[in-house]
Design a protein around this ligand. Sequence first.
Ligand code: SF4
Ligand code: SF4
Length: 341
Amino acid sequence: MRKLAITKLNDLFAAIAESEKLYIPVDGKTGANYELWAEGKTLSDALNTVRSPKDFFFPQTEDMMAFKTEGKKIEIIDTREECEDFVIFGVRACDVRSFAVLDNVFLSDPVDSYYKNRRDHGLIMSMACTRPAETCFCKTFGIDAADPEGDIVCWRVQGFLYMDAKTEKGAALLDKLASITEEADSDVIAEEKALIRARMEKLPLASLTTDAFGPGKTDTFFDSPEWKSLSESCLGCGTCTFVCPTCQCYDIRDFKTNNGVIRYRCWDSCMYSEFTKMSAGQPRLTQVERFRQRFMHKLVYYPERYNGLYSCVGCGRCLAKCPIQMNIAKVMKTLGGKAND
Ligand code: SF4
Ligand code: SF4
């Protein structure tokens, strides 16, 4: 375990950025978001970023390939480039778990080489949540905000940043930072973890559980009459899916340029009326069906396919951003979970 005075955070960032691109949460007009660190940029005090860090591995839009045509000849151009190593600093426990959710989808056979390229080059410096927000419920999904996963786990305690390497990659980076950090006692962290866990217990959604959900529950919930009232006011705006760190649906489209065609993919949303529309028709004609799909996928279908892992990490972004205050916690409470109101 290493530590560094918070007043020297800039030195830490500068030392990391000497060899790798470093991204940190920075305050902006609409809240905190990840930005490439440069001299003068300071770490946000916000609990979490507005946009999740899934953008680093699964960006909102990306070119997949390009085509050039000349008469009947078609040239296919591979637009992929080898990604450079990069570090993401300050990722919260919920968002670190979201990478595991995305990995199951993108790294299963057939492996998505676009995603893998970025994932192989990214190093995660996670941050324990000293002051979790009222919208947080990561504990519901077995995530420990006091002890996140990641290559290097960080805690802010008593004016110091404590750092513990959890992977070889993380240990190698901490070794490189040895000259500006000092050896630290882990007892302080044990106390900090206990404090954070006690705070988590006091949050409004602390008692929300997944007990009613999980593999094999399709028949229990699919025809539930509750879907109608839950989805009634849904605008189908897709905000919940775009801020969600685990939503991974995308569309692939062709864009005609002066020189040919660029094939790109972009995020899509199961809440949109044209989602997965095919020439044979539209599989989900109503908003009730689309709404149900989003939550059944997160709470039943995904855990059924991936060993009980839920595809919600309780980050609370959809609780904060939905314009009609609908969210997965309300769905869970209505359909069978239990929580303090
Ligand atoms: S953010 Fe709210 S209104 Fe918009 S699609 Fe999601 S649940 Fe519906
Ligand atoms: S469904 Fe909501 S709370 Fe769950 S991971 Fe997505 S944005 Fe976060």
